[in-house]
Design a protein around this ligand. Sequence first.
Ligand code: SAM
Length: 221
Amino acid sequence: MVTLSRARDNMVEYQLQRRGISDRTVTKAMRTVPREVFVNPGFEEFAYEDTPLAINEGQTISQPFIVALMIEKADIEPNDRVLEIGTGSGYAAAVMSRIARHVYTIERHAALAEEAKQRFQRLGYRNIEVRVGDGSKGWPKAAPFDAIVVTAGGPSVPQSLKDQLDLGGRLIIPVGGESEQRLLRVTRTGADTFDEDDLGGVRFVPLIGAEGWTAEHSLYT
Ligand code: SAM
């Protein structure tokens, strides 16, 4: 039987490095964080499968490769302050917390936020702050951020999130329809100027909120 730690190393080698994830800080963090702690009880043996998995409230923990891709493209440095929208299980926030100085993460489902908090405590990850609310409006009191990673797909790039980027800051966000989106990287180049790169096609659960989709518009709540 393959141990979970061996499965984690295999995941990094076969799912990440062989698909082009080369940033060593990202692969090191993903070798460190136990994904089995973030899946629903009973699903630990599937924690290192090459797939998203269902979590509570009809949501998902993203596929490891997508987590690695978003974090690599966010170019997170050790001194960075990072905002994540869509805490979900807490896995991506946990990975980013192994690279950045501080991670702020917002989740609209209180039950998911609470479970994530308990996981961070259990693992001794102290540089993560979790808040319940609508992350499409960002976290103005903690802004500006060096990087913002949105793990749910919106119809457009929320202006509030662009406004909360520091100069040179990177925003990674899936944008498009509810079933398919383009993963965008928006970089702040000046007070009112931004560059935009298209990183490819992705499928995320919807970003529901004031600067996302309305709850009625979605099958997910
Ligand atoms: N990053 C998560 C992880 O590592 O497990 C995966 C998150 S899941 C793909 C997307 C999450 O975004 C869901 O938990 C969903 O409830 C949340 N979400 C959707 N709209 C949101 C909003 N406006 N503010 C905060 N969270 C939101």
